[in-house]
Design a protein around this ligand. Structure first.
Ligand code: PAF
Length: 281
């Protein structure tokens, strides 16, 4: 496995694969890898000849009061984990390499689906994601790109601009990886104190309870109120508890699939999760 830190170096490493028309798979990450990321690499390994993983903590997707400075950076450990799951090339550029020194005058902004959920709580976040992911797509030029479904809204935003801008690759969403107690794996779980780590799985438990209630025919408003009640009682500060269609539209009728979304803070740590509930007549 090679690690490249410059765009030029990465191109040189990828050129033989490009010339040989090999299938290139790409997993963009911010590092501090866990099994969720490694599952993305395993999925890429199944269908691609060459697997590239980027590790880049992208400053422009963090708000002024967010955790850019303290975000865990664990490159050596990440490289070891990636070598073990069969990654071919790690791309770990510096901020200067990605954004040069000149001011950036171009933005990529997906409307509608970003005016909701995390987009309301984190203004500018999805523009920052769209810009860096587009840059990475142009640098790596993969055939397939893999993203986790935990960041459901992010995945929808990426699918949207890939389609709108005719970016020639296929986006693949990979199911959420969970700890044994149900907590969705996230690099931010590392911020949790032992006490808060015990409480954190309440998020998934409340989603599963809600699924059961919906299947029993309990109304959506009551189900969402029950989740809010459970989370508040466990000590969470709720950012949002919402239901949307799988396309992230408001729910208009009861007889359809819904995705339940939670963003909530325990202590200083903001956690997100989601669960799709199929409508079974
Ligand atoms: O999901 C992430 O880790 C990041 O938002 C991404 C897609 C790597 C862009 O920085």
């Amino acid at each position: 496995m090679k690690t490249e830190t410059t765009i030029q170096g990465l191109s040189a490493s990828l050129n033989p694969a490009r010339t040989a028309r090999k299938i290139i798979g790409f997993v963009p990450t911010m590092g501090n890898l866990h099994q969720g990321h490694l599952n993305l690499v395993r999925e890429a390994r199944k269908i691609c000849d060459v697997v590239v993983v980027s590790i880049f903590v992208n400053p422009i997707q963090f708000g002024p009061n967010e955790d850019f400075d303290s975000y865990p950076r664990t490159l050596d450990q990440d490289q070891q984990l990636l070598a073990d799951v069969g990654c071919d090339i790690v791309f770990a550029p510096s901020v200067e390499q990605m954004y040069a020194k000149k001011p950036r005058l171009t933005n990529i902004s997906v409307s509608d689906i970003t005016d909701d959920l995390c987009g309301l709580q984190r203004p500018g976040h999805f523009d920052g994601v769209a810009v860096v992911v587009t840059k990475l797509f142009n640098i790596v030029q993969p055939n397939y790109a893999f993203f986790g479904q935990k960041d459901y809204q992010q995945l929808a935003v990426i699918r949207q601009f890939v389609q709108d801008l005719n970016i020639p690759l296929e986006v693949i969403g990979v199911p959420i990886a969970r700890a044994e107690d149900g907590l969705a794996l996230s690099s931010r779980n590392g911020y949790l104190s032992a006490e808060h780590r015990q409480i954190a799985p309440t998020i998934y438990k409340s989603l599963k309870a809600a699924e059961l209630e919906l299947q029993q025919g309990i109304g959506l408003d009551t189900v969402l109120a029950n989740i809010r009640q459970t989370l508040s009682a466990a000590g969470f500060e709720i950012d949002y508890v919402e239901a949307r269609t799988p396309e992230l539209q408001k729910i208009e009728t009861f007889n359809q699939d819904v995705v339940l979304f939670i963003a909530a803070k325990i202590g200083q740590t903001r956690l997100i999760d989601n669960l799709q509930v199929k409508f079974n007549p």
